[in-house]
Design a protein around this ligand. Structure first.
Ligand SMILES: [Zn+2]
Length: 237
């Protein structure tokens, strides 16, 4: 009987891994990972900022193209770059909470999870004056406490439909190509304007200039394919 027990344990571990690592798995609570599949609409989201040199370029493109986006800010980066955080908010984009210090929440207990969320919330509210209602876990990693704590704090937990590994810093044309290849109705697209482990924004590894450079082409491709960009805030109401 050893084999079936091992198999059952492996299956259970697999299920728990699915809950912990899949950004939209419902196992550990409801997560919004996609908008309506019936409309040719897209939702751009940028994680891990602000990183002034990159965020400013992204804001300029979004303003020029009149495209709304959501920015899941890291509290520590907000504290270090208050002006840029205020600019993101003033531009009318959705501000989301991406925790205070980008810790991987699936290994934390409820009080540590709560501290990360309330810390990020406080940073964002104090600096930008906006009350974030969208929460995204770093890497999408969760455990049974994460969505429960987020719900108690009146947050909607947001996942994504697809990412393109832009944080590996492939060339801008490659980032653009990957986004275009996966376009689908209602997609919440994950991109990055910073590095969650480099809130000061000083390391080359955390540079997301290629993402900023890819954005005009991403918008052009999506529009050419008949898509329009909507605010993630529309899905939170
Ligand atoms: Zn992140």
């Amino acid at each position: 009987m050893i084999v079936p027990i091992v198999a059952a344990a492996a299956a259970a571990a697999g299920t728990l891994a699915w809950g912990a690592y899949d950004p939209t798995s419902p196992l550990f609570g409801r997560v919004l990972g996609r908008g309506s599949k019936r409309e040719r609409v897209l939702y751009l989201t940028f994680d891990d900022g602000p990183r002034p040199s990159v965020t400013a370029r992204i804001l300029a493109t979004l303003a020029r193209e009149r495209v709304p986006a959501a920015f899941f800010l890291v509290g520590a980066a907000v504290r270090l770059h208050p002006e840029m955080a205020r600019r993101v908010a003033a531009a009318g984009h959705e501000i989301g909470n991406h925790t205070r210090s980008h810790r991987k929440l699936h290994r934390l207990g409820p009080s540590a999870v709560r501290a990360e969320l309330t810390g990020g919330h406080k940073d964002i509210v104090e600096i930008t004056g906006q009350i974030p209602r969208a929460f995204r876990a770093p890497h999408g990693y969760r455990n049974p406490f994460v969505t429960r704590v987020a719900n108690k704090l009146r947050y909607r937990t947001i996942g994504w439909t697809y990412g393109v590994w832009d944080s590996d810093r492939p060339p801008a044309e490659e980032i653009r190509r990957r986004v275009r290849a996966k376009l689908k109705p209602g997609a919440i697209i994950l991109l990055h304007d910073g590095d969650g482990y480099d809130p000061a924004g000083t390391t080359e590894r955390g540079d997301r200039s290629n993402t900023a450079a890819a954005l005009p082409g991403i918008i052009a491709d999506a529009r050419a394919a008949g898509y329009e960009f909507r605010s993630l805030g529309d899905l939170l109401r």
